[in-house]
Ligand binder design. Sequence first.
Ligand SMILES: [Zn+2]
Length: 89
Amino acid sequence: MPQYEIYVLCTECGVEHPMRVRIYLQDGPANKQSIAEIFQGTSVPPQVSAIQGHKTLCLKTGRTFIQQSDDRIFLVPAAAGIFFPKFPS
Ligand SMILES: [Zn+2]
C-alpha cells in the first residue's frame, strides 16, 4: 500500500512543515494534494482523520501548532523522493 508523508501549512510562520507522520493509503493521489481536494465529496478514512488535529512542530519558531483547515494539510507520496531520515530512537 502506498505511503504518504503529511505536510502542514504552518499557522505560525506560513511555511509548510512535515508532520513526521506517515500513513498508508489505498487509492491515494499520485502527487501532492490537500486532504480537502482528495476527499472532496467522500468520507475521510480513519488514518487520515487521525492526523487531523495532530500537533506539528514549527521548525522556525519551535512552537507546536494545529492546522484546522483540510485544504492546508497535504499528503505527499513517499515514493516521490522526499524523504526525511528518522533519528534513531
Ligand atoms: Zn512554521
